[in-house]
Every structure is written in structure tokens, then in C-alpha cells.
Design a protein around this ligand. Structure first.
Ligand code: SF4
Ligand code: SF4
Length: 303
């Protein structure tokens, strides 16, 4: 990997749920959290990765001889990769005739990403949309994020940042100086539960939200509603109280859990912590909405 280039895992065009109007969403790779319900496991690891989809392999063994690090071998009836030897050269990805090896993530210069964003300028002009930096966690690559935000500002493109809020406060404020809208995730108000289900406590996140709110940044809350984890009356009430006390936030996007990420976890050979039991019923969604609205918040149902 080139340490002088940022790492991404996707760019999504014509996104309708990542901020106002039509957006181009740029996904940074790497996140310090490990939420049980994460829908983008390919964005967790900050490194580039190579995965092998065994079902696609036709057993030609071209990749074994083509790997300069001898990281690949034929074991039993499948290709095996020794991760400790793999240098991520991507030769196997190029060589394989059946596309069984896949690169996860890529590095790109700021110039190249700006070039991609510029292709959608006519859509921003027509729809009032813009660009959204998401992830992973975009603030985990704050220097590159700030550079991209500045460049988009020069082009007069509306800029949103979708963040877990888990970042150094100083860096967050630097980012805020170049951001038109924050999409700020709020998950669990109890820190011990937050740590259990995301891997980190929530003190830094709540503190950052307070600071950001005082800075007069425009913030929209994203609440991923996950059954049995954060849909209790207690959690939703605590969230409503906290947000109404801030006094600067009106909008909450309620993102209801769906269990569509299992295939991604299997492909990446990662433990899949998502679960059908996390699906929320319409009654729970309605109750959550009502509880938040009682605190003066405007709730938008998403996905
Ligand atoms: S090159 Fe592709 S199809 Fe051939 S053995 Fe390797 S993974 Fe399988
Ligand atoms: S990415 Fe390169 S080093 Fe890694 S397994 Fe493929 S060919 Fe070998």
C-alpha cells in the first residue's frame, strides 16, 4: 500500500439516501468501530484486501504459479491464500480467468476522486444535490477528507460528511469548517452497551456531538434502529432527551435494520454478526418515531 494515498472501497452515483437530493457518495475504507449490524463490512479494515470466491474457481491453478510471493496453493480441492505472505500485488486478480480473486478497496489520488465527483456536476446543479463522504469512517483519514472537502468547496459543491462521530474533537472541528451538513450517527445512549455492540464507548461521540452542535454546524442525526439492541423505550427516550437539550438539531433519519449483508460477510470470510432477529416490526418503528417526535424532533424513515 502507498501510505501517501487515501484508501476507498466504493463510489456510489445517484445516491438518494445519503443527504439532500441526488448525491455522489465516496466511501473511505477503514473504521474504528465494529457495529454488530454493519452493512458495509468491506469498509471496516483500513487495508486493501484480496478475497477469493471459491464457487467461481474452475481449478486451473494459473494463479498459484503467477503469485510472486508463493502465497497461493492448491489445498484439497480449493485455492488457499497465506495472508502473511500476500503483498497485495493483485497479480492473481489480473490472472484469474473466472474472476475468483477480487480486490476489496483501492487507493486513489485526490485528483482522481475529484475527477469522478466532477462527472456528476450537472446532476448537482439540477437537483441541488452534492457529494457525501462516508465509509467506513471518513474522519479516520481526516487529512485526505479535508483536502477533498476544500476542493469540493472551490467547485461550489454541497458537502456532507457521514460520520460515527468517533474522532478527535479538534479534527472534527477542522472538518466542520469545510462541511455543509453532517450526517451524524447515534446508536446507543448507554456507554457500556455501546461498547458491547460497537467496540467503543460513546463518551467521545456524545461529547463531539455537543461541541459540533455548539459550533453551529448543520447536523442531521442518523439512528440505525436495530431490534433487541437499541430499540428499547429507555434508549429512544434518552436519545430524544439528549437531542432536544442540544437545542440545535431538528431532523432524525430512522434507518431500519435489514439483514442483507450476510453474503458480503461470507465473501470476506468474516464472522457475520448480523442477525434476522435484529429486524424491527412496523409497531416498533412507529413507537420509536412517536417517542422522538414527543421531543420536538422531525423523524424521517429511511431504507
Ligand atoms: S486462477 Fe482463478 S480459476 Fe484458476 S485456480 Fe486460481 S482462482 Fe481458481
Ligand atoms: S495479491 Fe499478489 S501476492 Fe497476494 S495472493 Fe495475489 S498474486 Fe499473490
Amino acid at each position: 500500500m502507498n501510505s501517501k494515498l487515501p484508501t476507498f472501497f466504493d463510489i456510489k452515483r445517484y445516491a438518494l439516501h445519503d443527504g439532500p437530493n441526488i448525491r455522489t457518495t465516496v466511501f473511505f475504507k477503514g473504521c474504528p468501530l465494529r457495529c454488530f449490524w454493519c452493512h458495509n463490512p468491506e469498509g471496516l479494515d483500513p487495508s486493501l484486501e484480496v478475497v477469493t470466491v471459491q464457487e467461481r474457481c474452475i481449478g486451473c491453478r494459473e494463479c498459484v504459479g503467477g503469485c510472486p510471493e508463493q502465497a497461493l496453493s492448491w489445498k484439497g480441492d480449493a485455492i488457499s491464500r497465506d495472508e502473511s505472505l500476500c503483498s497485495l500485488c493483485l497479480n492473481c486478480v489480473e490472472i484469474c480467468p473466472s474472476l475468483a480473486h477480487e480486490a476489496v478497496g483501492y487507493q486513489a489520488s485526490i485528483e482522481r476522486i475529484i475527477g469522478e465527483i466532477k462527472k456528476d456536476l450537472p446532476f448537482y446543479d439540477q437537483s441541488g444535490g452534492g457529494v457525501t463522504f462516508s465509509g467506513g469512517e471518513p474522519l479516520a483519514q481526516a487529512d485526505y477528507l479535508i483536502e477533498l472537502l476544500k476542493r469540493c468547496g472551490e467547485l461550489e459543491i454541497h458537502r456532507s460528511v457521514d460520520t460515527s462521530g468517533y474522532a478527535e474533537t479538534d479534527r472534527l472541528l477542522e472538518v466542520a469548517a469545510h462541511t455543509d451538513l453532517f450526517l451524524f450517527d447515534l446508536k446507543l445512549m448507554d456507554s457500556a452497551l455501546h461498547e458491547k455492540y460497537t467496540g467503543v464507548g460513546n463518551e467521545q461521540i456524545l461529547q463531539n456531538l455537543k461541541v459540533l452542535s455548539k459550533s453551529k454546524a448543520t447536523i442531521r442525526i442518523r439512528f440505525p434502529l436495530v431490534g433487541t439492541i437499541n430499540d428499547s423505550v429507555e434508549n429512544v427516550e434518552a436519545m430524544g432527551r439528549f437531542l432536544s437539550e442540544l437545542g440545535t438539531i431538528d431532523d432524525v433519519d430512522l434507518l431500519t435494520y435489514h439483514d442483507l449483508a450476510g453474503a458480503k460477510y461470507r465473501k470476506l470470510q468474516r464472522p457475520d454478526l448480523t442477525d434476522r432477529a435484529y429486524t424491527v416490526t412496523p409497531d416498533i418503528v412507529a413507537r420509536t418515531r412517536q417517542l422522538l417526535e414527543q421531543h420536538g424532533l422531525t423523524v424521517h424513515l429511511e431504507r
